[in-house]
Design a protein around this ligand. Structure first.
Ligand code: SF4
Ligand code: SF4
Length: 412
């Protein structure tokens, strides 16, 4: 039957692959299995076979595409600039369109609808808090054990920052920064939002967290829900219509917003051109002297690069500049930035592979000799904390900078 949707991988996306194999050693699923069908090249070949009519979208195709982490490590090293992430999103949309099932429909409800409804997220937060406090990790199913074990201590009544405005402190005139609150970031990672807002204010920005915004749609996109992804994107287009700068403090959300053009055309391109990760904005303010470099030495911090920061957004130097300005010595744990195995819902859908990758990343942190880890993405943070245990602290780079700023001058 071939492809049936307009979002399918295109001929030019697939033809760009010259089968050189340079991506293979960088692909976590190929490294885990040694199988060509679990490599970027193999996956692109299978997509081409469907496009040319030699194969079809069936359960085998679903399994092989579903095993991909969508980490995009392959894109960074590809000499032919194959847009693998876009092609894989297209393949997942085809799978969702051609292999409808009750499970898939239920997942679509979660990632395309419920995740964008604040009261649903509050109810989920209350449930997760109850589980976090009352069920020992060993009794939890393996699919959620690491995620629940890796949660920050959840608040009883999560406060939302949506609809808030904050004036600049000290400096002014940097303009207005509109912050994406996100779906899980808002109820589960309030401390990261606080650090983001406070550091932006001290960089001279007026900070707004616009009303009417919703989940960025990354989870829906990764699951092949084109309709849900576009619905969420359109809500954000109108919520952020008047923004000149859109700031995210979750790498996965930033990467997806920067590719809104793939989903909602020109309006999406315009929004994408205004998006920056908070580490980009803060590093810029440190470089031009709006924020200070703090010279009290604070020890080592192991740097974990979320795939959607390092591979999708190509941001590597900025988180290091931010923690260094806070007085920390950034320690490299993985020169190639292999995925930690969190990857959105991957830990639930492929718990074994996710666990193996999480364990490898935890071992790299242990080898660094640091008990503090900087990570700029909520999923990676939970995965790391879940594997490292309570003796280690995992925090966002901007949180570390905000804490150092407060310690240097509590009146700031
Ligand atoms: S996105 Fe990641 S897991 Fe998927 S093929 Fe590329 S490197 Fe491998
Ligand atoms: S590096 Fe690029 S061109 Fe080479 S096999 Fe991988 S995807 Fe294809």
């Amino acid at each position: 039957m071939g492809w049936v949707t307009a979002d399918a991988p295109t001929r030019s996306e697939l033809a760009a692959c010259i089968q050189c194999g340079l991506c293979l050693p960088h692909c976590p699923t190929f490294r885990l299995t040694g199988m060509e069908s679990a490599s970027p090249r193999g996956r692109l070949l299978m997509m081409s076979a469907v496009a040319e009519g030699y194969s079809e979208v069936n359960d085998v195709f679903d399994d092989l595409m579903g095993f991909c982490l969508q980490c995009r490590a392959c894109e960074v090293v590809c000499p032919s600039l194959v847009p693998f992430g876009r092609a894989m999103e297209g393949a997942r949309i085809e799978i969702a369109a051609q292999l409808a099932s009750p499970v898939r429909r239920f997942r679509r409800l979660i990632t395309g609808r419920w995740i964008g409804i604040p009261w649903v997220m509050r109810a989920v937060t209350r449930m997760a808090r109850l589980v976090q406090r009352s069920v020992p990790a060993r009794f939890l199913p393996p699919q959620v054990r690491t995620s629940i074990g890796g949660l920050r201590r959840l608040p009883k009544r999560p406060a939302s920052s949506v609809g808030s405005t904050f004036t600049p402190i000290g400096l002014s005139g940097a303009g207005v920064a509109a912050v994406l609150a996100g779906c899980v970031m808002d109820p589960w990672f309030g401390d990261v939002h606080t650090a983001t807002v406070e550091v932006l204010r001290r960089s001279g920005y007026r900070v707004v967290v616009p009303d009417g915004q919703t989940c960025c749609g990354a989870l829906a996109a990764h699951d092949g829900d084109a309709q849900g992804t576009r619905r969420l994107a359109k809500r954000n287009l109108s919520a952020f219509a008047s923004a000149d700068l859109i700031v995210t403090d979750a790498a996965g959300c930033g990467a997806h917003l920067k590719e809104y053009g793939n989903w909602v055309g020109d309006a999406g391109e315009i929004l994408a051109s205004k998006v920056k990760d908070v580490t980009e904005v803060v590093a810029e303010a440190i470089a031009d002297g709006r924020l200070p470099r703090l010279d009290v030495p604070r020890g080592k911090v192991a740097m974990q690069d979320p795939c959607h920061l390092r591979h999708a957004q190509r941001i590597v130097a900025e988180p290091r500049a931010v923690v260094a300005a806070a007085g920390y010595e950034p320690v490299e744990i993985d020169e190639v930035g292999m995925c930690c195995g969190a990857a959105g819902m991957y830990s639930m859908l492929h718990p074994k592979a996710s666990r193996e990758l999480g364990q490898k990343k935890a071992d790299q942190v242990r080898a660094s000799g640091s008990t503090l880890v900087a990570s700029a993405n909520p999923g990676c943070e939970m995965q790391l904390r879940g594997h490292l245990g309570g003796a280690y602290r995992v925090a966002h780079p901007v949180e570390l900078y905000w804490e150092a700023l407060q310690a240097a001058d509590p009146t700031r």
